[in-house]
Design a protein around this ligand. Structure first.
Ligand code: CA
Ligand code: CA
Length: 459
């Protein structure tokens, strides 16, 4: 019954279909061509994106190993192989956009009927710098009561979808973002709970999920909620309840400073404004700012809530547009970087020297066993120990001196050898031994890495 109401309300509040209709049809034709190409080339490639950089592409459910059909948007500068990795935004639609997951008007076409997520590519000014994947929840199946099969987001399946995405795209795992509206606003929180330690930040919009005491463990995650106080489809009390559970504020006030009562639309005073609350979790307090004036300066305000005084249920296109700081706030969030562990003193002798460099170079060349031991010339350090040590260093990123995503004897290894041989001139150290397109593509950057992370003493 609730779901039925959601569907009706969605259609009543639907927006901008006409303006986007021709574009949608063109997009679908383009997508069909892309899919054909993808199908032809799929057997020759490992996991690859389906579309091209700067383009949104329909990926049919029958076409992919993912559990959902989805729209794939790749940022303009996307590269599948570059050391530079890209953030991922998962967008979860509402009740009205459920479908077959296949290409066509009964499937992925429904997802671009509104302006979302088409606006990512329709408006150049708003090209997002992240990969945007928009899965499509299935239609309900008569007699089924399992989430997703019956037409609702299934949070475990969404977790699988993120795992799939991490394997297929060049994603920075520290920058996974989730957003969605209505049923997808609830789905956003559901997915955040599922992958709590993986999510960098999320924006749940007029979501259907309410809170429980367990949600206190979401306090470490930057979350920006939005809901309208006059939402007649999904009452804003679900969002208020969630925030109260997360903050555990003693005074659980979640109406704006312009509001005098928390009970709903009948109590919004004349002249009330749309406002955003910024929470200080440490002190269990929050302060309200008028919408659009929120600054990015205070990163510590991880929890935010924009309360619209009106707009009903269909506020999403406003939410994503009204406050230009919202997306800026989102995209600067990232999980704490793992501490960079770099140690080039393989034999724990107290310094990096020629034996360490020889061992590293031989290891990068693929030598193992007694050959590796002989190359290194350590006393009392066997090949297995050298291999284990250098494998860990490689995994931490320490051995990729030029930051090109590869550990190579001819570049990274050669630079280490030259340094160990006592060469101090940066030009000589890096000569033909450095990938200039790496993230540390010059001597200054390599030197900073060796001095600051690896604690080498260099001139
Ligand atoms: Ca050493
Ligand atoms: Ca390298």
């Amino acid at each position: 019954m609730v779901a039925q109401e959601l569907g009706i309300a969605y259609h009543r509040n639907n927006f901008a279909i006409d303006a986007h209709h021709t574009m949608t049809i063109r997009t679908l034709f383009h997508s069909a061509a892309s899919l054909l190409f993808a199908a032809l080339s799929a057997s020759f490639a490992l996991a690859q994106p389906y579309g091209s950089a700067g383009v949104q592409t329909a990926v049919a459910k029958s076409q992919t190993s993912a559990e959902y059909g989805y729209w794939e948007y790749l940022p303009k500068d996307y590269s599948h192989t570059s050391p530079q990795k890209f953030g991922l935004m998962v967008f979860l639609h509402g009740y009205g956009e459920r479908g077959s997951g296949e290409v066509g008007n009964a499937g992925l076409g429904k997802l671009v009927g509104g302006s979302w997520p088409t606006t990512f590519i329709a408006n150049n000014a708003r090209h997002y710098p992240v990969i945007v994947l928009s899965p499509q929840c299935s239609d309900p199946v008569a007699g089924q009561t399992i989430h997703d099969v019956c037409g609702w987001w299934n949070y475990a399946r969404l977790r699988n979808f993120v795992t799939y995405a991490l394997a297929r795209y060049n994603i920075d795992p520290r920058r996974i973002y989730v957003t969605g509206l209505s049923m997808g606003g609830g789905g956003t929180i559901g997915l955040v709970r599922e992958i709590r330690t993986q999510v960098a930040a999320a924006i749940p919009v007029c979501g259907t999920e309410s809170g429980s005491a367990a949600d206190a463990n979401l306090a470490a995650i930057p979350l920006w909620f939005a809901h309208a106080i006059d939402d007649g489809t999904v009452n804003w009390s679900s969002t208020r309840n969630l925030i109260n559970q997360i903050t555990a504020e003693t005074a659980t006030i979640t109406t704006g400073s312009d509001y005098t009562d928390a009970s709903g639309p009948g109590n919004v005073p004349a002249g009330a404004r749309n406002q955003t609350a910024l929470y200080s979790l440490g002190t269990q307090t929050h302060a309200w700012e008028n919408l659009g004036t929120t600054t990015n300066v205070d990163h510590d305000k991880r929890l935010r809530f924009t309360l619209y005084k009106d707009g009903g249920h269909g506020i999403w296109s406003r939410v994503y547009n009204d406050d230009p700081n919202m997306m800026n706030w989102l995209f600067i969030q990232r999980l704490n970087e793992a501490p960079q562990t770099c140690n080039l003193d393989i034999n724990a002798g107290g310094a990096f020297d020629l034996k360490d460099a020889r061992a590293a170079l031989a290891w990068m060349l693929g030598f193992r066993g007694t050959t590796l031991e002989n190359f290194a010339g350590f006393s009392g350090v066997n090949a297995a120990a050298i291999d284990q040590f250098l494998s860990a260093q490689k995994a931490s990123g320490a051995l990729d001196l030029d930051g090109d995503g590869e550990v190579r004897a001819t570049t990274d290894g050669l630079m280490l050898l030259r340094i160990a041989l006592g060469i101090t001139d940066g030009v000589a150290i890096t000569n033909k031994a450095l990938n200039a397109s790496g993230s540390r593509g010059n001597w200054s950057a390599v030197r900073n890495h060796l001095v600051n992370s690896c604690k080498l003493t260099l001139p």
